[in-house]
Design a protein around this ligand. Structure first.
Ligand code: CAA
Ligand code: FAD
Length: 379
């Protein structure tokens, strides 16, 4: 492994950092407070190429590698994890899934617009009673010849009200269990497709999370992704890469909190000296920096595995499991370093602490990552 970043990597990292500091930082507290979706910022991220970073340029993407994506996700997440989850879902679940498994017509029709951020996408697997146990799909896609009749409810869908394209997983043949599941492209506005109210969340409050209801929605057969019955494998395979995105989000939340803690510890005085001079604070910073470095290496390892076409299911799950734990621990300690000031919104660390928690839940909880990792170890 050689993690020497190229000039292109450094340029992407610098561009993402600049964008996060100038365009995302102003207003991030208000967007969190009022649960305001960062619409203008996401539009600009699309213009800068952050919404379809790894997509082939022939479909209007950036043609970049996964390492570039990890670096950009870290910088965006340091400042605004609500914006970075929109970026992560669009890049690694929706664009990647369509590019890898979609037909040429599907790519021309949807991917070319998703890759530029002209429209954004959503990935719809979870249901009220099927989260970790994802094979228990209750949403049905009945085969009606030249279309599927879609019925059911999806839960917790990121970009729920802002997406134009939804990749929906549904059961066609219950007898075949997970081998009877399909993945369908559903367009916003199709008759019988309703969007539920916005969830009022602990963290990533700027992102929009909704349930979706489908009542007799007619989805044309040409909107199926892959062969009949490929839907569950589609979801699992897509999530394997998605987890690298969320691991990088967790890394960014941790490193953002760490940078704020370092800065504050050099400014704040207690007992006549900067608090950074107290060894208790120094040791906290040392632990944070060490854990963050380890999380970063796991993210880069998983990205490198993906870029070199090696198996990245285990390394991606390890990166997500570890980085999300580091995000939680680091943000709690960053609040501690800030004392009372850490408990109020102006100092940003309380938001990062709230945002960190979701990285241990979505795209597979930490317990699910351990299942994925241990199955790989024991197979
Ligand atoms: N690639 C391709 N196929 C895969 C795969 C992969 N990485 N992993 C598993 N599969 C296939 C298996 O080969 C198997 O198919 P066959 O029987 O035909 O061989 C099929 O999937 C079922 O696999 P399992 O028997 O392992 O299934 P399981 O019921 O034991 O569940 C699980 C496995 C890992 C727990 C899975 O259900 C899972 O990942 N659950 C978590 C769901 C999740 O991550 N949801 C995230 C929703 S999206 C989201 O959250 C987005 C966001 O927040 C922003
Ligand atoms: P459950 O599966 O009910 O789990 C409850 C607890 O039991 C967890 O601690 C879990 O780890 C544990 N558990 C369950 N099974 C096992 C087991 N076998 N062994 C050990 N422990 C176990 N989903 C989408 O499809 N698309 C999205 O865009 C999306 N965005 C989301 C955004 C937000 C803000 C949130 C909160 C969720 C989002 N999700 C999305 C759903 C998310 O992926 C699920 O919440 C997650 O997979 C967990 O499912 P669950 O909530 O049903 O919890």
């Amino acid at each position: 492994m050689n993690f020497q970043l190229t000039e292109e990597h450094l340029a992407v990292q610098a561009a993402a950092r600049e964008f996060a500091q100038t365009e995302l930082l102003p207003g991030v507290i208000e967007r969190d407070e009022h649960q305001k979706f960062p619409a203008e910022q996401i539009k600009k991220m699309g213009e800068l190429g952050f919404m379809g970073m790894m997509v082939d340029p022939k479909y209007n993407g950036g043609g970049m590698d996964t390492i570039s994506y990890v670096l950009a996700m870290e910088e965006i997440s340091k400042v605004d994890a609500s914006a970075s989850v929109v970026m992560s879902v669009n890049n690694s679940l929706v664009c990647w899934g369509l590019e890898k498994y979609g037909t040429e017509e599907q790519k021309q029709k949807y991917l070319t617009k998703l890759a530029t951020g002209e429209i954004i996408g959503a990935f719809c697997l979870s249901e009220p009673e099927a989260g970790s146990d994802a094979t228990s799909q209750r949403t049905t896609a009945e085969d009606k010849g030249d279309y599927y009749l879609l019925n059911g409810t999806k839960n917790w869908i990121t970009n729920g009200s802002t997406a134009s394209v939804y990749l929906v997983i549904a059961q066609t043949d219950p007898e075949k269990k997970h081998r009877g599941i399909n993945a369908l492209i559903v367009e916003r506005g199709m008759e019988g497709f309703e969007i539920g109210p916005k969830e009022n969340k602990l963290g990533i409050r700027g992102s929009d999370t909704h349930s979706l209801m489908f009542t007799d929605v007619k989805v044309p057969k040409e909107n199926r992704i892959g062969e009949d019955g490929f839907g569950f494998k589609f979801a699992m395979s897509t999530l394997a890469g998605g987890r690298i995105g969320i691991a990088s989000q967790a890394l960014g939340i941790a490193s953002g909190a760490y940078e704020l803690a370092v800065k504050y510890s050099k400014e704040r005085k207690a007992f006549g000296v900067e608090i950074a001079k107290h060894q208790a604070i120094q040791f906290k910073l040392a632990d944070m920096a060490t854990n963050i470095e380890a999380a970063r290496l796991l993210c880069l390892q998983a990205a490198h595995d993906k870029d070199t076409h090696s198996d990245y299911g285990k390394s991606g799950a390890m990166a997500k499991l570890f980085a999300s734990k580091v995000a939680m621990e680091t943000t709690v300690e960053a609040v501690q370093v800030h004392g009372g000031y850490g408990f109020v919104k102006e100092y940003h660390v309380e938001r990062l602490m709230r945002d960190a928690k979701i990285t241990q839940i979505y795209e597979g909880t930490s317990e699910i990552q351990k299942i994925v990792i241990s199955r790989e170890l024991l197979k």
